[in-house]
Design a protein around this ligand. Structure first.
Ligand code: SF4
Length: 329
């Protein structure tokens, strides 16, 4: 594994909406709503590593995925690609960084152009970006389809003529066709039946071995992430609250939110979980709780929790957590 991360986020935040300007404030206008979708996130991903990003719907993990993929700019902080600040890249380097990270989305139906045949969907980007010439396109598309577990003889068909699992494979073939160094998989198996989910996860595992792919695997389901990740980051209302190797997260989770998520993962063994399931709803990011965002739902909350933001810090080798309980231990 190279020492320089393929992608590195330092104090990255993303806000939607603009605070009122001086004139609006003078005129007494109502404050414009600002959503802090991502707050001061530090995260590094090395070549060949699969990092699982887990949290409930609305916690900001998809926004973070888009920041990593370069689809949207950060409001503050720095995103580095192979050690270089992305906002300072030349146009050519920025283009290659964008091609270097490809996204696979949750809903394969809406992420594929229904008017294009599979051959065009898979072959278009590598042709446009000069990765293949017109004479090699047919065989290149066949190879990409085979790699994603699809029969190339079906390449003249349209997306609606495939099942949900096959459409997700088309999305994977399209993403891999531009030879990315990294994938951002945003809830890529969430819309699929459980048996199909397992097939697509196995495909990811095979591709990872064959292509040494780096991956940010985003999911609300800790159980899915367990099978694919080397490392897991847990996100709550825009902040990373715990980060450790998958082995540590599943054997000795530190943060009460991670423990609550873990309690909800179905297990074959009948032993009761050591932790209580999560209670209540995720608060609105328009009006997040003060201090530790998790305090209204946390069974261990105490007075400091509503007043002071806990810092994400190393609490054991390779394990970072943001919880005031660690200062008391
Ligand atoms: Fe719970 Fe307090 Fe830790 Fe937040 S800081 S997780 S509220 S104990």
């Amino acid at each position: 594994m190279s020492d320089t991360p393929i992608i590195e986020l330092e104090k990255v935040s993303k806000r939607f909406g603009q605070p009122n300007g001086a004139l609006s404030r003078l005129l007494g206008a109502k404050p414009a709503p600002v959503v802090q979708a991502v707050s001061d996130v530090d995260l590094s991903i090395h070549t060949g590593e699969v990092v699982g990003l887990v949290g409930e719907s609305g916690c900001g993990k998809s926004t973070l995925g888009r920041l990593v993929a370069g689809i949207m700019p950060a409001s503050s902080g720095q995103v580095r690609w192979h050690g270089q600040n992305r906002s300072g890249l030349s146009a050519a380097d920025e283009k290659s960084a964008k091609l270097g990270v490809q996204m696979i989305f949750q809903d394969p139906q809406s992420s594929l152009n229904p008017r294009l045949r599979v051959a065009e969907i898979v072959g278009e980007a590598p042709r446009v970006h000069g990765l293949i010439g017109p004479e090699g396109e047919d065989s290149y598309v066949d190879a990409q389809m085979r790699q994603a577990g699809l029969d190339p003889s079906l390449k003249r068909r349209y997306p609606h003529q495939f099942s949900g699992g096959q459409r997700q494979r088309i999305g994977i073939a399209r993403a891999l066709a531009v030879q990315p160094a990294m994938l951002v998989c945003d809830e890529s198996v969430a819309a699929l039946d459980v048996s199909i989910q397992a097939q697509i996860i196995n495909l990811f595992l095979d591709l990872r071995t064959d292509l040494n792919l780096t991956c940010l695997f985003i999911s609300h389901d800790l159980g899915v992430v367990e099978h694919v990740s080397d490392r897991v980051a847990i996100m709550y209302l825009g902040r990373i609250v715990e980060e450790a190797s998958a082995e540590i997260v599943f054997s000795r989770p530190n943060h009460p939110y991670t423990q609550a998520l873990l309690a909800e993962v179905p297990r074959l063994e009948t032993r009761k979980s050591r932790f209580g399931a999560i209670k209540g709803e995720l608060p609105s990011p328009l009006n997040p709780p003060t201090g530790c965002h998790f305090h209204p739902r946390c069974p261990h909350s105490f007075s400091r929790c509503s007043q002071e933001v806990p810092v994400l810090r190393e609490i054991a080798s390779g394990q970072r957590s943001a919880c005031h309980l660690n200062d008391q231990a």
